[in-house]
Structure formats: C-alpha cells, structure tokens
Design a protein around this ligand. Sequence first.
Ligand code: ADP
Ligand code: MG
Length: 697
Amino acid sequence: MASFFETRIEFIKGVGPQKAALIGAEIGLFTYGDLIQHYPFRYEDRTKFYPIEEVHGDLPFVQVKGKIRRIETVGEMRKKRLVAHFEDGTGTLELVWFKGIQFVAKKIQLGVEYVVFGKPALFGRKISIAHPELEVLTTQNEKASFLQPVYHTSEKMKAKYLDSKAISKMVRQVMVLSEPHINETLPQSLVTQYGMIEKKLALWHIHFPGNEELLKKAQFRLKFEELFFIQLRLLKLKLTRTEKYRGAVFSDSSLLTDFYKNHLPFDLTNAQKRVIKEIYFDMKSGKQMNRLLQGDVGSGKTIVAFICMLLAVGSGAQASIMAPTEILADQHYQGLKPFADALGIGIAKLTGSSKKSERKVIHAGLLDGGISILVGTHALLEDVVQFKNLGLAIIDEQHRFGVAQRAKLWGKNERFHPHVLVMTATPIPRTLAMTLYGDLEVSIIDEMPAGRKPIKTLHEYDAKRLQVFGFMKQEIKKGRQIYVVYPLIEESSKLDLKDLDDGYESIRRAFPDQHISIVHGKMKPQDKDFEMQRFIKHETQIMVATTVIEVGVNVPNASVMVIENAERFGLAQLHQLRGRVGRGAEQSYCILMTEYKLSKEARMRLETMVRTNNGFEIADVDLQLRGPGDITGTQQSGVLDLLIADIAKDGQILQAARNAASDILEADPKLEKEENRNILRHIKSLRKAVVNWGRIS
Ligand code: ADP
Ligand code: MG
C-alpha cells in the first residue's frame, strides 16, 4: 500500500492534475512527501514594523505601516513610473511601481492605513521601495508576529498564481493531514542529548515558525537528521566492507628495501613516512583498504604512491595509478619508469589515445602478469581492461571520485577487492571530505619537503605589465623558467584563444631572444606533448599556456607563475596553478595579474592567495565563497544535494551527527536494539523513497 507521503499533490484541494503537472515539471515536487520536504529557503521577518526614520538602504526587507499622502506619475514613456508618498509620522519614503501603473493607481486609497513590505533602497537622498506588497492594515496583520516562509517557485508557476504563498497554503493543508503519519526518526536518547525538538514539531516550525527560537530549533533538528543519516550510511558502508571483504595481505618488502637502499632520490619527509606506515598497516591487515590521501600541492604524494605500489608488486600483485589527464598520466609514467626499470618491474601506460595495437599488448601483459604497474587515465576503468591480480588501485588528483566509481575498481579483482588509495588534487575542507569520502580512512601529508622556500605571491594590475616583464627577464637571466597562464573557459573558447594568441605575441615581442612554448587544450595531443617536452628539457624558457598545465605538471626549474586575468580563476585552480612553481630549491613567485575593477569575491580570492600558501586554509575560503556543489561538480556527488543542511556552514552539526552515528554503530552495529528502532524504520522508508540514502549507494 502506498504510504500517505506518496499521495500525489494533485489531490490537494485546489490543485488538481494540471497545476500538479506544472509543479512537477518546474520544481520536481510530485508527492506529499516532496512537498513537506520543500523547505522555505528564507523567511521574511514580519515580526516587527520599522519606523520609517530607521529604514535605510542596506536592510534586506522591511515592514512599515502608515498612510499614502499623495500619488503621482513621473517620467515619460519607458521611464514612466508611479510614485506614492508614504508616511508614518517618523518620516516619509517613496513606493514606486514601473509596471501595472494604472491598476495600482486605481486601487490606492489616500489616507487609509496600509502595511507595506519590501526591499528598501536609497536613490539620491530618498528611500524608496519598488513594487512593495501593499495591504490594508487589519487587526490580523497588525499583530505582525510571524516569520513568513518564502519558497522556491518558477516564473511559469507564478504566472499560474502558484507563488510562494500558494505553496505555503498547500503545505499547510498537507501538514494538517500528515500529523498522524509523521514518525520520530531518531532514538529518544539522541533527541534528549542534543535538546532537539521532535520530528513532527520540527516539520511544523520549519514551514510555520512560531517564533525565531522555534525556527532555529527546527532547523537544527532537520539539519542534524539529514547529516546523521548520511553519516550513518557512510559509516555503515565502511563497517560492512571491513567485515565482508577480506583484503589481500601484502607483506613482502624486499622490493622496497632494494628501492630504499639503491634508488630513493631524496630523504622522505616525516609526514611521508607516517602516511606510508598507515597505508602499509592497512595492506598487511587482511582487510581491504579504502583510504584517502590528502596533501597540499607539491607535498610529494607521487613517491608515496609508488612506494605503496612496491609493497603490492613485491608481494606478487599488480598496481595501477589513474590520473585525470593524459599529460599527467604521461608524467607519472615518465617519472616512474626509470625506477621500475631499475627494479626490473614491468610498467605500461594506457590512455584514451593508446593505439589499438598497443592496447592489445597491454591487455595481454596485464592478464599474464608481465605488466606489474599500469599508469593511465579513465581508460583503465573500461571493462576490457582485466588484470591477473590487481592488488592496489590508486586514483590521483581527483575531487570527484564517488563510491560508485570506486566500486568499479573493486570489481577488477574477483578474489580480493584491490586496496584503494584516493589522492586529492588540492586539499578539501574537512566537512566536505567527511561527506564525500566519509567511508574512507584518511591520511594527511602536512609537511613540505625540506629546503622549499614558500612561494611569494603578488597581485599586480595590468598597468604594471612592463615591470612584470622586467622581473621575468631577471629571472630568466638567472636560468629560471616561467609559466604564463591564460584562462580558458569552454563556452567562450574562441575569445579566450584570442587572448592567448595576443598574449603569446606580446611576450614574443618583449622577449625576442627567448624560446617560447605554447600549449592549449585545442592542440593535438602529440603537439601538446612536444611543446611540453621542450619546456621540460629547458629548450624553451617561457611556457604560455591555458589551464591544461593546471594539475600535477612538474618542472622544478620553473620558478615564476604569471596568471593573466587571475580574477577569472577559482581559488582551487589558482592554488593548483601556483603549485606548479616552488618545486625546486629556488625562491619562486606567483604573480596574479588583473585589471583594476574587481568584484568583491574576486578580491577576496586574490587576497586569500596573497595571504597564504596553505591549501587547507584556501579550501575553506573556497567552500565559503562557492558552496560545496560547485567545488565538487554536483552531478557526480548527489550526496551533496542536501535538502536543508549546508556543508559550508553546518560543520559543527555535521561533526556532531557523525559522532552520534559512530557511537550508535559502535554500540549496535546491526541496528538491532530496541532503542534504534526509529532509525531502522526511517532507513527503510528512505530506501523506498530514494532520497538521500538511496542517492549515495
Ligand atoms: P604532489 O603531492 O603535488 O603530487 P609531487 O609528488 O609531484 O607532489 O612532488 C612534488 C615534487 O617534490 C617532485 O619533484 C618530487 O620529486 C619532490 N619530492 C617529493 N618528496 C620529496 C622529498 N621528501 N624531498 C625532496 N623532494 C621531494
Ligand atoms: Mg601529484
């Protein structure tokens, strides 16, 4: 039997099939359950009336009461508008209409007391409210003691009178009916522990807040619940996996010893040693490893990855490392091949541009074990790529590798799921990691290799270009190499390419004696490679490029990164780009070039870059500025399509919810105890409804 919450909204009084279809198509609400979970995105404060003398242009919305003294139409033609002069005894302001002038003018009564609601703005020296809500004062709205919910709708819906208020009415009808159907979802002990209000009340007050405090309680309760069930799901997943899947035991370290003794190019940092230990511990434990390795740009994740592969290979298994781009895969391959050769290990590279004949050889080598290490791109996930015994799968530089994709790698070994190590491109904020990778163990490299000088970052306006060129010349004289990067945004790529070409021309003119490389995304892979290689071999001194060089590229002699139109890059990208320098022993520089006019957010990004080199700090600012969806690419991380909680703002609630989930699972791993009955029942209903819970599995 369909539950109450699966009832279709067309059955609400006054809705009917047509409106219901429109609502479904426009904002994806189909059932009572959907409607109840369509939470207001803000509330209008109708709890007080402002005296006009206290109204100023920076207030979001205000409610005032008073009388209209006179009205007039001002301006001609398209600038024509209706102005009503409104006063309340403490001052006056103007109410302005640009549309529906005649209609409004006819309706307005002079000398009658009105309640006015709207967004005040300062024009010249006068406060005005454009297109205000205007209602005759009644005993009901005079009490003015409520927070009015505002719901998302769409233009098409509004045209059919399905505005926020109409939604609110629908919600009220359904909420009244749903009273006997709403179950508590959390154990009583948890509700008590956090002083939460019960589920029913929370739902009521989120839609119809009794007062500010009850609204806060409702928000806390629903955010907590939302995050709690996600964390419970992730932690349960982790638990089941460790119980269910045995991992291959790797303990032969003879290859490693050989590598450490004879080939290790530098001393490992303490942080590198520590995370290698953590990873080894997992790989020897008999349980399948699922670990996230976080480390700032340049902290030396690659060598850690290689050393871990050696433990797997030395113990008779195979290892793979997957990079997000061909350039990066190639660089890993070039970097690791000499070591592999020296140790007598078979290594191969597989990418989208590998030729058919090459693939054949590689596929065979993977099956018969001739190839021990496979370096590649997403191409290595394809089903045709089969291993004899894949023991360790490493994913490099990924922000967007969810549970589903990881599962694809587990499937590459029938007997034992391979151990999985995910390495992030740039640090991600803790809260985000907890949600995206909440089912993984985490290792953090929090130390840079010795002898690195912190990169100096400067923000310069375009007017200073000549000085910047002068500085570049000095650095080249010292034997250094330089990147100059231009933004490339797909939709306007023609325009951007012109920027790049113009930039390349002006640099050629300014540096007639230097060799210059140019690389961009529209080039053929071979040409790109060729130019990249020239720069790596120091045959060119300047690399003019788009962001294709963003991730991972490693040329230690490059010491200056000039970023043009830096205001057009996001923080994570800027930090990644900056990470291309500062890889050698020399002092490195990052110069952010912009025009003079900048948005507030752009300024914040640039200031953050100048202030700090710490990737974790930058990631936090980024999350605050952009929100989680943008950072991770929402499509791939349905887990972040939250109904009410906000990963950027609700870090504390998230931590509390995770702790609670963890405590509960520890005491009752199978959720069999009486006190956890509410949880189990809710999980079952969620599974059915395919909301949060279902999305992440
Ligand atoms: P990322 O963590 O960004 O992937 P890489 O693995 O590319 O960083 O390492 C950056 C550079 O630092 C490389 O040139 C690498 O050889 C070097 N490196 C890594 N570890 C050390 C170390 N312990 N001492 C000195 N250099 C190191
Ligand atoms: Mg790297």
